[in-house]
Design a protein around this ligand. Structure first.
Ligand SMILES: Nc1nc2c(ncn2[C@@H]2O[C@H](COP(=O)(O)OP(=O)(O)OP(=O)(O)O)[C@@H](O)[C@H]2O)c(=O)[nH]1
Ligand SMILES: [Mg+2]
Length: 459
């Protein structure tokens, strides 16, 4: 597979200053020779590595396709560690596409999503966790998210995982050594040694696993659903928080039919805000599906903003909604305070806590600061501790850490039960292998395939 030479348009489609066609593999330089004519009369092989050269992209007949810059990055000093060529042409759709076609015609294959990064991994330049960080860097939506991804790309997480893996290896070495001398009983001191290392390894792995609570929010955002009966002002709140008229707002109850999702940055905290269809019994089929989706959104959210009409008493519809969210993290917004105050605030405060009741008039933009403050303080107790270098942001990593923790737990209790050490080594090895799947040391082909399929083309 690695002997194919691959190519892709590495820049996003659309009008832009420049577009880049990227090629990687043994034939890269040969292909450049066919599609690029340097302005100065020099041969392609005379071009120094990583030096930018001005010239023209041309087709088979020598017709000029565009005015371009070309760079050769000869192996191993390139993104993939293979020969990599980049052709920088004018942005827009046509120029890049014409050059790409010419590159393919001369022997390159279209790269799969993430194939450049996959090669960097398979060729050993970066490990799997670092490769995964590349996609997180590209898709990050806040500075905090970007910093976490960059730390992972730098190998901070991998370093920590490797330290734990080494501890497990040293335990295996202890065990091997004792098995090699079966005439001796395994000494008490060896067992104690093993136990101490295991406890330390477990606590490091547990700390990483715990960092996922925060890491998940840093990467994917705090999923926050605004729910309430029709017409209380949910979409108006979404628009106010986003500072744009994203959702349709009317005085007609049942305006929002489908889920609307937008990202929002509140003081560095990424919020995935979800406006929902007002919940009520309805005959309207479209609205009914909307209500079902709202219920799904409630189940999938980290935080629920319950909105009620402050100027009216709680209706049966409100109480039905409250029943749906009793065990969730809730902030109750009492909206439309400009129209009067009739809602039973004490009751809501008893249910959700005083701090989680926010009086608002979305119409007059009153109460929005308090709401934002409250959201921030619910996440990370008000302050971001993201300065930590080693944070787990990926569910794949978290699951593998949990499995490794189980293995270590089992090994520890086996030690307590005085089970022979060579049997314990099975669990230790398993823990080691689970951690190795994070960094890619012990990973299987299908997992690699799945990970890179989530990448964009050209990366
Ligand atoms: N007086 C007053 N009216 C408001 C306030 N907030 C929203 N409204 C009005 O209430 C009506 C309904 O607002 P929406 O934001 O569409 O309500 P919704 O909860 O999204 O409604 P559905 O999508 O039907 O569930 C609109 O006419 C808004 O202008 C407020 O604070 N005070
Ligand atoms: Mg609405």
């Amino acid at each position: 597979m690695l002997d194919r030479t691959i190519a892709a348009i590495a820049t996003a489609p659309g009008e832009a200053g420049i577009g880049i066609v990227r090629i990687s593999g043994d034939k890269a330089e040969e292909i450049l020779k066919k599609v690029f004519r340097p302005k100065k009369a020099i041969g392609i092989n005379e071009i120094a590595s990583r030096k930018v050269v001005y010239g023209h992209a041309v087709d088979r007949k020598g017709e000029v396709l565009d005015e371009v810059l070309a760079i050769i990055m000869r192996k191993p000093y390139s993104y993939t560690t293979e020969d990599v060529v980049e052709i920088h042409c004018h942005g827009g759709i046509v120029s890049v596409r014409r050059i790409m076609e010419e590159v393919l015609r001369n022997g390159a294959d279209i790269a799969e999503p993430g194939e450049f990064t996959k090669r960097a991994f398979l060729n050993g330049r970066i490990d799997l966790a670092q490769a995964e960080a590349v996609i997180d860097v590209i898709t990050s939506k806040t500075e905090t998210g970007l910093n976490a991804a960059l730390n992972q790309l730098e190998g901070e997480l991998s370093k920590e995982i490797k330290v734990i893996m080494d501890m497990l290896l040293s335990i295996l070495a202890h065990i091997e050594a004792s098995i090699d001398f079966p005439e001796h009983d395994v000494e008490e001191i060896t067992i104690n040694n093993i136990k101490n290392i295991l406890i330390e390894a477990k606590s490091s792995a547990a700390a990483l696993a715990e960092s996922f609570d925060e890491g998940k929010i840093v990467r994917d955002g705090l999923s926050t659903a605004i729910i309430g009966r029709p017409n209380v002002g949910k979409s108006s709140l979404l628009n106010l928080l986003l500072k744009e008229n994203r959702a349709i707002v009317t005085e007609v109850p049942g305006t929002t039919r489908d889920i609307i999702e937008e990202y929002l940055n509140i003081g560095g905290v990424l919020i995935r805000l979800i406006d929902t269809a007002g919940i009520r019994e309805t005959e309207d089929i479209v609205e009914r599906i909307g209500v079902e989706r709202t219920k799904e959104a409630i189940n999938n959210s980290d935080l629920v903003i319950l909105m009620v009409d402050a100027s009216s008493e709680l209706l049966e519809e409100d109480n039905d909604i409250i029943d749906l969210i009793r065990d969730r993290k809730v902030i109750a917004v009492l909206n439309k305070t400009d129209l009067g105050f009739a809602v039973n605030e004490t009751y809501l405060a008893e249910l959700f806590g005083d701090d989680n009741i926010i009086e608002m008039s979305v119409k007059n933009r009153i109460g929005i600061d308090r709401l934002e403050e409250r959201i921030k303080s619910l996440v990370f107790h008000g302050k971001l501790s993201i300065s930590k270098n080693k944070m787990v942001t990926s569910i794949r990593h978290k699951n593998l850490l949990d499995r490794a923790l189980e293995n270590m737990e089992k090994a520890l209790s086996s030690i307590e039960d005085k089970i022979p050490v060579d049997l314990i080594s099975v669990d230790i090895r398993e823990a080691w292998s689970n951690l190795g799947t994070i960094t890619g040391d012990t990973v299987q082909e299908d997992i690699i395939k799945e990970i890179f399929s989530k990448f964009c083309i050209g990366k």
